[in-house]
Ligand binder design. Structure first.
Ligand code: KIV
Ligand code: NA
Length: 264
């Protein structure tokens, strides 16, 4: 099967088909997600939190992300790989945004890019998509603006719904092929999904979007501790890996590993 293309995702919406998306930052998870039939992998700037250990996505750089993009692309042949433009790499304007997007395509080898913002970044989306690079937009709660927004907060409640809807229209109008809706009320996500012809991808946006995305370490329970309400854990990798590590450590200490079968 050939690699998924941006236009396939728009066609899937026309057919009323929903699809799953996950983040990936390395070859093994990318290969597993491909085998499990995930059509879109996002090398998210959430690598800041989930790979590099930063408290927010603000510090992560283009140089940090490009090697991860290359790893996910090299490990797969089926999913569309989306590279996430980090904070500071596109805000200055369309010229900077296009320059960064071109680096992601040429040096990262990905098939589309994503950036955060609605009406404020419509010119950037237009410049990148006019250059022949598919753009995934990201509106609602945008983690790169966390310091302005004031923490992880649902966007578009009550009267603010019209703001999110205006952002959705603006990114579609500017040429985005899809749009992530993060932490917006389910009713608002539903309204946007009905209105737009491009697919909506929800995270904390209820059941009525065209697609759903989660950070893989949240989905698989590698991350421990308090999780946002929109996360569902489908495995306990934290528990599995902790247990395996404890057994390895105990067997080394007890002289039970290695044995003759592991010895040349
Ligand atoms: O970086 C990321 O993981 C994201 C998704 C959660 C949409 O932007
Ligand atoms: Na992101």
């Amino acid at each position: 099967t050939r690699r998924v293309r941006a236009r396939d995702l728009v066609a899937a919406k026309e057919r009323g088909e929903r699809w799953p998306m996950l983040t990936s930052y390395d070859q093994y998870t990318a290969a597993i997600f491909e085998e499990a039939g995930i059509p879109v992998l996002l090398v998210g700037d959430s690598a800041a939190n989930n790979v590099f250990g930063y408290p927010t996505t603000v510090p992560v750089t283009v140089e940090d992300l490009l090697p991860l993009v290359r790893a996910v692309v090299r490990a797969t042949s089926y999913p569309l790989v989306v590279g996430d433009l980090p904070f500071g790499s596109y805000e200055e304007g369309p010229t900077q945004a296009l320059r960064t997007a071109v680096r992601f395509m040429k040096e990262g080898g990905c098939h589309a890019v994503k950036l955060e913002g609605g009406r404020q970044v419509a010119e950037q989306i237009r410049a990148i998509s006019d250059a022949g690079i598919p753009v995934m937009a990201h509106i609602g709660f945008t983690p790169q603006r966390e310091h302005t927004i004031g923490g992880y907060r649902v966007q578009g409640r009550g009267d603010a719904a019209d703001e999110v809807v205006a952002d959705a229209r603006a990114v579609a109008e500017a040429g985005a092929f899809s749009v992530v809706l993060e932490m917006v009320p389910g009713e608002v996500a539903k309204r946007i999904t009905h209105e737009l012809t491009i697919p909506t991808i929800g995270i904390g946006a209820g059941p009525d979007t065209d697609a759903q995305v989660l950070v893989w370490q949240d989905m698989a329970g590698l991350r421990s501790g308090r999780m946002p309400r929109f996360v569902k854990r489908y495995a306990d990798l934290h528990g599995t890996l902790t247990e395996a590590t404890r057994r390895f450590a105990a067997e080394v200490r007890g002289g039970e590993f290695p044995t003759a079968e592991h010895t040349f």
